[in-house]
Design a protein around this ligand. Structure first.
Ligand SMILES: NC(=O)c1ccc[n+]([C@@H]2O[C@H](COP(=O)([O-])OP(=O)(O)OC[C@H]3O[C@@H](n4cnc5c(N)ncnc54)[C@H](O)[C@@H]3O)[C@@H](O)[C@H]2O)c1
Length: 325
């Protein structure tokens, strides 16, 4: 049994990992300020409500619990907001993570699993990214995530007992297949959530940002990964580190993508609603194609996908959204 700290475990992705951790014998403590998360989403373990900025509270918890490992989900995640309010992102994503890492090193929390993002690749040439693709983030959000990756690499080089797994998520979507947890954030910019909200009449209409890209139907292509598959990648990462695995970095995606129009079509089919999706101009900073090369995670962590099925992703997202107030 290990003692696990989960920052941001009341949020969308963290709550799915906590749900899976509930099936293990590990002791799980979620540390979350509930800024975008909800206490009802913590379906296993114990919730400690606190902010990463409250270093005294965080340090007391780390000293008391003597954690073996930390999953770090807490952060600010809205790309356009990071452009208009970069300081929020450098503070919450970079500064607060630096403080957390300081405490981890000080108190011997030596296994660290970090939520990174495909946004670190920026406008990657050709749009298909392996872990070796050059990282040139084009917005403050992506830069803050890359800064944490660099911190982790340097810390692990200097502290021989410290090991990390960095997971670069592509487009996370869907909800738990058993309906226990799902995405709750009211300000989400995620396509599948917005399309489901529109199908359910929670929004009047939605926008498609550009249909003049060089793709099969002119709309952007993204690699959508089901959140339960992503959650399993975290459990695999934890097991890998607990067995003595070396620090590593893996993409989390299925290695293929769908256009925006294809996704909207599936949401219309699943919901049975022909909602309005207006074609608008391109949005600054959108790469035409962003999909993963996804072999490494299977080879290194032993991860296997179970839910690589757009219809299932949409159906779980839609069913979750339907019961959400
Ligand atoms: N959702 C995606 O598609 C996606 C893609 C790539 C990477 N990520 C990364 O995954 C992580 C989780 O994302 P999510 O979609 O679950 O977002 P989310 O907003 O649902 O979850 C973030 C959680 O962190 C908490 N939090 C934020 N700041 C905090 C602070 N200072 N102190 C304590 N708690 C704090 C929030 O209350 C929330 O519960 C983030 O680090 C994000 O950058 C997400």
């Amino acid at each position: 049994m290990a003692k696990i700290l989960v920052t941001g475990g009341a949020g969308y992705i963290g709550s799915h990992i906590v749900n899976l951790l509930g099936d293990t014998n590990h002791e799980v403590i979620v540390y979350d300020n509930l800024s975008t998360g909800r206490k009802e989403s913590v379906v296993a373990g114990e919730l400690v409500v606190g902010d990463l900025e409250d270093l005294e509270k965080l340090e007391n918890l780390i000293v008391e619990k003597k954690f073996d490992a930390c999953f770090h989900f807490a952060g600010s995640i809205i790309v356009p907001e990071s452009v208009t309010d970069p300081l929020k992102y450098y503070n919450n994503n970079t500064n607060n993570t630096l403080n957390l890492l300081n405490l981890c090193i000080k108190h011997g929390v030596n296994k660290f699993i970090f939520s990174s993002t495909a946004a670190v690749y920026g406008m990657a040439e050709g749009g298909i990214c392996s872990e070796d693709t050059v990282t040139v983030p084009i917005n403050p959000y992506g830069k803050t995530k890359l800064m944490t990756e660099w911190m982790l690499e340097d810390i692990a080089a200097a502290h021989k007992d410290f090991e990390f797994v960095i997971l670069r998520y592509f487009n996370v979507a869907g909800a738990n297949v058993d309906g226990k947890v799902g995405q709750c954030s009211p300000l989400s910019t995620h396509l599948i959530k917005i399309a489901c909200e529109t199908a359910l009449g929670k929004r009047e209409k939605m926008s498609v940002f550009g249909e003049d890209y060089e793709t099969k139907d002119g709309t952007c292509i993204r690699d959508y990964i089901h959140v339960d598959d992503l959650a399993q990648a975290h459990i695999d990462s934890l097991n890998y580190l607990l067995k003595g695995g070396e620090s590593t970095l893996c993409n989390c995606g299925y290695g293929h993508g769908y256009t925006v129009k294809e996704v909207i079509e599936v949401v219309k089919n699943v919901s049975g609603v022909d909602f309005v999706a207006e074609i608008g101009p391109r949005r600054a900073g959108d790469a035409p194609v962003l999909t993963s090369k996804a072999e490494k995670i299977g080879k290194v962590l032993g991860w296997k996908s179970k839910y690589d099925d757009l219809e299932l992703i949409v159906r779980t997202a839609y069913e979750w959204e339907k019961q959400l107030n």
